[in-house]
Ligand binder design. Structure first.
Ligand code: GLU
Length: 459
């Protein structure tokens, strides 16, 4: 059987690392099985869905290295949903309800008062044709509920009805259809909630595996019943754990917190985001995986733990640093240019080699370029005896070509002449040469500067 998976975001905000976990689980599953990955925008909620969000999601996935084989929009597929809804209505499985939110709330309280579970009592099923016609005549619009198959012959006498499925992550799952209310599939204004369109699409798009967050486990019970009502076999499900912030709060698309867009803009490497989004909350160690192929080798959907996993931005920093240290000049050339490094300068490549170990992000290289390009970096200053020492030290710069040995022989001489050692020797020299109190190996910096530039830095 060829595999088809889908990532189905609602374009109602910027996707975050938690959403990306779902996207990546699907993408890696498709990679492993040679399957198809469908990007499906769940945009039936017209009021909240925005084109700019859909566009940003496409950009985010591209940046992360996810390349959908097919892109679909639910908003363009209304005819299919109308047809499916009609089929369910004809079968008596989708029924009109006229209760207002207030009425429902009142009934809920009464049921709770009677120590009954606050479920919908299917009162609308008792409405006669005349009563419905009267509501319609009043201009009251119904919402439509799916009649869950949780009874034998009388819908008002429900019985425990377990929908059992073998979850690719969580193992055997059982959802009791008698423990939930008939789900609303169509709102008063005629728009669809996500539940039915999702099933219709999964059937029509030949989705074989639904991999999504474990906040959908209960939906799955109702959706399997809808698959069956539509005469289809439900796909294989896999519900992975969700990510929370470090303090345990859920990530939200609406706040833009930890959005992929913001991570990209702050200069993170996509593979740092991918590594963390996939490996966190699994039995695998989290480490910096260099590319998607290697991540797919590592990925095992069944190794996901059941509890929520905390996303720690500090962990992302660590992974990023490791990845950055392994990047070659050609990998980063363009980004260096954008960060302010003069990549047409013959020393740019050596500069990268020199500085990369000091970087947490590629863009930080821009801040270091002045130590090569200008003699005027001045974050740290020298005074007093240190200034006197550094000034005189330049008289002892060894003769001959400046090589990676120059620093050693220069400082050997300085030790002898001035009796300085350790920090007292190196720090004034570092500040004089770079204008900063920390930075790259001075032994490597000197050949890049050359004699003239070194001498020009005498304080
Ligand atoms: N649009 C739904 C969501 O973002 C998709 C759930 C699913 O994958 O079925 O939660």
């Amino acid at each position: 059987m060829s595999v088809t998976v889908r990532f189905a975001p609602s374009p109602t905000g910027f996707i975050h690392i938690g959403n990306v976990r779902t996207a990546l689980f699907n993408w890696l599953y498709a990679l492993q099985s040679g399957g198809q990955f469908v990007l499906r925008y769940d945009d039936t909620d017209v009021a909240r869905s925005k084109t700019e969000y859909a566009e940003q999601i496409a950009k985010d996935l591209q940046w992360l290295g996810i390349e959908p084989h097919r892109v679909e929009y639910q908003s363009k597929r209304m005819a299919s949903y109308d047809e499916a809804a009609q089929k369910l209505k004809d079968a008596g499985l989708l029924y009109p309800c006229y209760e207002t939110a207030d009425e429902l709330e009142r009934r809920r309280k009464i049921r709770l008062g009677r120590k009954l579970p606050p479920l919908y009592g299917r009162e609308a099923l008792k409405l006669t044709q005349e009563e419905k016609a009267a509501f319609d005549a009043e201009g009251r619009k119904p919402h439509w509920r799916f009649l869950l198959p949780n009874f034998e012959s009388d819908p008002f006498t429900t019985k425990r009805t377990e929908i059992v499925f073998d979850d690719a992550v969580r193992g055997r799952q059982a959802v009791d259809l008698a423990s939930m209310s008939d789900p609303v599939l169509i709102r008063e204004d005629g728009t669809y909630l996500y539940t039915l369109p999702s099933v219709v699409d999964d059937i029509e798009m030949g989705v074989t595996h639904i991999i999504r967050g474990d906040d959908h486990v209960t939906n799955t019970g109702a959706q399997i019943a809808i698959f069956e009502a539509m005469g289809a076999k439900a796909p294989q499900f896999g519900h992975h754990n969700l990510l929370t912030t470090i303090t345990g709060e859920g990530l939200s698309k609406r706040t833009g917190a930890l959005s992929i867009k913001s991570l990209e803009e702050s200069g993170y490497e996509p593979m740092a985001v991918n590594s963390l989004a996939v490996l966190i909350g699994t039995s695998e160690n989290v480490f910096a995986v260099p590319d998607m192929a290697a991540l797919s080798e590592r990925f095992d959907i069944a190794s996901t733990t059941k509890s929520a996993a905390k996303f720690d931005p500090a962990e992302l920093d660590g992974l990023n640093e490791t990845l950055v240290h392994a990047l070659a000049f050609d990998d980063v050339k363009e980004r260096l240019g954008a960060a302010g490094v003069d990549i047409s300068d013959a020393r740019a490549q050596d500069f990268w080699t020199l500085i990369v170990k000091n970087l947490k992000k590629v863009t930080d290289a821009g801040e270091w370029w002045p130590i090569i390009a200008s003699a005027k970096a001045s974050d740290a200053t020298l005074e007093g005896e240190d200034l006197e020492f550094a000034r005189s030290a330049f008289d002892y710069l060894p003769e001959g070509e400046i090589s990676d040995q120059t620093w050693k022989s220069w400082t050997d001489t300085l030790k002898e002449k001035f009796g300085r050692k350790g920090r007292g020797l190196f720090m004034p020299m570092r500040i004089a040469l770079t204008g900063r109190a920390w930075g790259p190996e001075l032994a490597d910096l000197l050949p890049l500067l050359g004699r003239e530039e070194i001498l020009a830095r005498r304080p």
